[in-house]
Write a protein that binds this ligand. Structure first.
Ligand code: ATP
Ligand code: MG
Length: 210
């Protein structure tokens, strides 16, 4: 029997932006996914500095607001732990055990694929999910394909490239803009923009004195 196909869009979503949403939608379409799980991570090992950042509950709320109108996007709290680090392998291990009828597609930007070897247990992650990668920061196609080939050889990873144009947007850029009083309108959904405004998120920059 053919397995159900489900996408996973993991991230800190600090804040969630249209880049994340577009990636989810493109992957949904290109790989005929049944659903895309938006999975905010609690405490990412590679982002220890919390100054000028939103709390986990605020990031979850922003994701909830951002995906509200899309019937095939779902919020997943599988990685939303306050305590301890979250690791993709553990999350995938659990999901695959709970849903043996499902094939997972882990969606990411090129920057994440380039650092894939530094993730914990990359070889196991590669067995548990197909990696779907989108271009980012104008990396050229050849560079992306060479990296994909290398990881395929190294870990037997299944890597698929998402056909989507480069999207010049990052949460860091938006945090900086908001701290500087610049508008993030159209870069995040209106409901998220309103939430950021009402809760005064990111108005104090990362150095704490903007
Ligand atoms: P930050 O600037 O805080 O790192 P971010 O914009 O990179 O935030 P994350 O939550 O770190 O957002 O990213 C979650 C996933 O989405 C990662 O795999 C990242 O590569 C991917 N992603 C985010 N923005 C884009 C984009 N503009 N194009 C392609 N992939 C993206
Ligand atoms: Mg990032």
């Amino acid at each position: 029997m053919e397995k159900r196909r489900v996408g996973i869009m993991g991230g800190t979503f600090d804040p969630v932006h249209v880049g994340h949403l577009i990636l989810g939608e493109r992957a949904y379409e290109q790989f005929q996914l049944e659903n895309v799980l938006f999975m905010p991570s609690g405490n990412p090992p590679h982002k220890p500095d919390r100054r000028g950042r939103a709390a986990l509950l605020e990031r979850i709320e922003m994701v909830r607001l951002a995906i509200a109108g899309n019937p095939h996007f779902t919020l997943s709290l599988a990685e939303a732990h306050e305590e301890g680090y979250t690791y993709t392998r553990e999350t995938l291990e659990r999901l695959c055990a709970e849903h043996p009828d499902t094939e997972y597609y882990f969606i990411m930007g090129a920057d994440s694929l380039f650092s894939f070897e530094n993730w914990k247990n990359p070889e196991r992650i590669a067995q548990l999910a197909t990696l779907v990668v989108a271009t980012r920061d104008h990396v050229n196609e050849t560079e992306l394909e060479l990296t994909a080939e290398r990881l395929e050889k190294l870990y037997g990873a299944k890597i698929r490239v998402l056909s989507t144009p480069n999207l010049d947007i990052s949460s860091q850029m938006l945090r900086e803009w908001i701290a500087e009083g610049k508008s993030a309108r159209y870069y995040v959904p209106d409901a998220v923009l309103r939430y950021i405004h009402d809760t005064k998120l990111y108005q104090q920059g990362a150095d704490g004195n903007v």
